[in-house]
Write a protein that binds this ligand. Structure first.
Ligand SMILES: [Zn+2]
Length: 79
């Protein structure tokens, strides 16, 4: 079980896809545990992770933001 944080409702951006199951989600995992703050910390490493996956996920299996972006990028190019 990892802790995930819901993105602010007023963000207005389309939801990112969960890094584990690929479903769009408004929930994010923050390795630093701080969640959404007024000012996003630079170099933050958050990845989208839905509540369902968060129940069974472990810190060890979460990709880094870089790994996740590379994977997402490859997926988009492949379509
Ligand atoms: Zn998921």
């Amino acid at each position: 079980m990892i802790k995930v944080h819901k993105e602010p409702d007023d963000l207005g951006a389309p939801h990112e896809c969960c890094c584990l199951c690929g479903k769009p989600t408004a929930w994010w995992y923050f390795p630093n545990g701080l969640g959404f703050s007024e000012e996003a910390p630079t170099g933050s490493n958050e990845v989208a992770c839905c509540q369902t996956c968060a129940v069974t996920a472990t810190r060890e299996e979460m990709p880094s933001k870089q790994e996740w972006c590379e994977r997402e990028g490859r997926k988009k190019k492949a379509v």
